[in-house]
Write a protein that binds this ligand. Structure first.
Ligand SMILES: Cc1cc2nc3c(=O)[nH]c(=O)nc-3n(C[C@H](O)[C@H](O)[C@H](O)COP(=O)(O)OP(=O)(O)OC[C@H]3O[C@@H](n4cnc5c(N)ncnc54)[C@H](O)[C@@H]3O)c2cc1C
Length: 437
């Protein structure tokens, strides 16, 4: 048995979330020999997939990853990346991506919407309590809309979507980037799991491969093109280890909190997450219907104070509105392994404004004002760590020839909306750029 394995390809793609899956699938289908390296494994057939145990097993640090400031970061590490635990929401890319940064992915996004039949859930599946929140918001003049989803109820044997759907989809309704990995593999891509890439190999200013550990043993892979799609935390870490020190300085997160209020009737916990939403582009935040899964609820809210544990028995009666804030670039992902994501003086008052709007909506929807509270901060969109316009050109190439990033790390500012559709558009566009080269 050799000490070190050496693999070879035309293109190496690191990470199999939406960024890696989309670029690998497109390149493979167009005849490129692609090596797809994924740190995690394919968990979809495991009995614990989509359970609380599963979420602990396949999230970084058992879902207990925190920034230095105490912000809880959910970072799934498995085939399909964070789409294995996402809420299945789809939003088009912000117009500023094209207008301000010159990145036009309109055609790729339109194609993806058609291909995956992205649309809101039918009215009857949007949830009675969720719809009650949306109607209350509309009555107050906020134009909430049904949220387009990467979900097709007809794909499920029994559509059974609730807050627990964030642990991993067990009913099969929700699209996952792992499906595009399957398609890439069927078209000839070489997928290696338990392959943790540590650094990019660079010779004469050109990327020539990567090195790391494959199933615990050192390995090297060589290719003329390397695409890092290891996510908003993984990609800057690999770049730092490869000598690109600017990576990871500053980050965005779409910092998230929930505002909860209690009613007598059934709440939103057993309804699909995020079926309705609304954006305030002026202030810079998005609101949507959402509640933590039953067992995560006390774990998160005990961080706010032990008295909040007392609300757990009433989980079934909660109306929840999630705030996603368009946060400033701050903190970063550091070579010592630490992550920092402080709110800035610009962020805090805007979060407060969003909270006030949530409180009004919940009261209008029937929640008693004294029951309403805001949860601790968390982050599910680590991003903006290898930004377009600073570290990347409009084709997502770094200063190193042949070295690209294609994932949430590339966002030049906080997206403040579901990220996946934008990332899929970036992946398709990068693949086409490379094929045309
Ligand atoms: C709970 C939750 C709900 C969400 N809901 C939504 C939603 O409804 N809609 C939406 O659009 N977005 C949602 N998101 C966000 C979205 O899922 C992510 O922003 C998106 O998946 C990021 O894609 P990515 O390709 O950048 O990275 P990821 O999806 O994070 O994939 C990166 C992959 O790289 C692998 N990797 C990391 N380091 C290495 C390494 N060194 N070597 C090899 N492999 C490595 C990881 O294991 C992972 O599989 C949600 C996220 C979470 C956590």
């Amino acid at each position: 048995m050799p000490d070190s394995q050496v693999l070879q390809a035309d293109v190496i793609v690191v990470g199999s979330g939406p960024g890696g899956a989309s670029v690998a699938r497109e390149l493979t289908k167009n005849g490129k020999k692609v090596l797809l390296l994924e740190r995690g494994i394919d968990q979809r057939s495991r009995s614990y997939y989509g359970t609380y145990l599963g979420a602990i097993l396949y999230s970084d640090r058992g879902s207990l990853l925190f920034s230095q400031e105490g912000l809880n970061i959910v970072r799934p590490l498995l085939v399909g990346g964070a789409t294995s635990m996402y809420c299945g929401c789809a939003s088009p890319p912000p117009t500023w991506l094209k207008e301000k940064y010159g990145v036009d992915i309109d055609a790729e996004v339109a194609e993806t919407i058609d291909e995956l039949e992205i649309a809101p859930l039918p009215p009857g599946l949007r949830g009675v309590a969720s719809t009650r929140i949306a109607r209350a918001a509309q009555a107050l003049g906020y134009n909430w809309q049904a949220q387009p989803k990467f979900m097709k109820p007809t794909r499920a044997q029994k559509f059974d979507c609730g807050a627990k759907c964030m642990l991993g989809c067990r009913c099969g309704a929700k699209w996952n980037a792992a499906e595009w990995v399957d398609e890439a593999v069927a078209a000839g891509a070489d997928l290696r799991t338990r392959a943790r890439v540590e650094r990019v190999l660079i010779e004469d200013g050109h990327a020539v491969g990567v090195s790391g550990r494959l199933e615990g043993r050192p390995f090297t892979a060589r290719a003329g093109t390397v695409i890092l799609s290891a996510g908003g935390i993984g990609t800057p870490r690999i770049l730092q280890a490869s000598g690109l020190k600017q990576a990871g300085q500053g980050m965005t997160m779409d910092v998230t909190v929930m505002v909860y209020g209690f009613i007598k009737e059934a709440g939103i916990g057993k309804e699909p997450p995020m079926t309705w939403s609304w954006e305030d582009p002026e202030v810079g935040y998005m609101l949507s219907t959402l509640l933590d899964p039953w067992l995560l609820y006390p774990l998160i809210n005990v961080l706010k104070g032990p008295q909040y544990l007392l609300t757990w028995p009433r989980w079934g009666n909660i109306l929840g509105v999630m705030i996603k804030l368009k946060d400033s670039i701050s903190g970063g992902v550091f070579p010592n392994g630490k992550i920092s994501k402080p709110l800035t003086d610009y962020d805090r008052p805007r979060l407060k404004m969003a909270e006030e709007v949530c409180r009004k909506i919940l009261v209008e929807a029937g929640a008693k004002p004294e029951t309403i509270f805001m949860t601790p901060l968390r982050g599910t969109h680590p991003s903006g760590t290898v930004r377009i316009g600073e570290m990347l050109d409009t084709n997502l190439q770094t200063e190193i020839a042949g070295l690209y990033a294609c994932d949430a790390s590339t966002f030049p500012e906080a997206l403040d909306r579901p990220t996946v559709l934008t990332i899929l558009g970036l992946g398709k566009r990068l693949a086409r750029h490379l094929i045309n080269q």
